[in-house]
Unconditional design. Structure first.
Length: 78
């Protein structure tokens, strides 16, 4: 099922409406349930835009390993 955002008028609302959790006035849920809540309470439904662009750039740069630190002389008692 398609996911949508449901926006309440109070943009600072944190809590539950039934079994739907809102954070900063927004909940993400399936379209059917969002439609029911929007009709009942007058909330706004916003479609989630999915970015279908695929990053084709491959990181081929080889990074050298960091140099290990060595002691120049042994410490006292060694």
């Amino acid at each position: 099922m398609k996911q949508v955002e449901l926006h309440v008028p109070n943009k600072a609302y944190e809590g539950f409406q039934g079994d739907v959790r809102f954070s900063k006035g927004v909940a993400v849920l399936d379209e059917k349930k969002a439609k029911r809540l929007a009709d009942e309470f007058g909330y706004e439904i916003v479609e989630i835009k999915v970015d279908t662009k695929v990053d084709t750039k491959v990181d081929t740069e080889v990074k050298p390993e960091p140099k290990k630190r060595t002691r120049k002389s042994p410490k006292a008692g060694e």
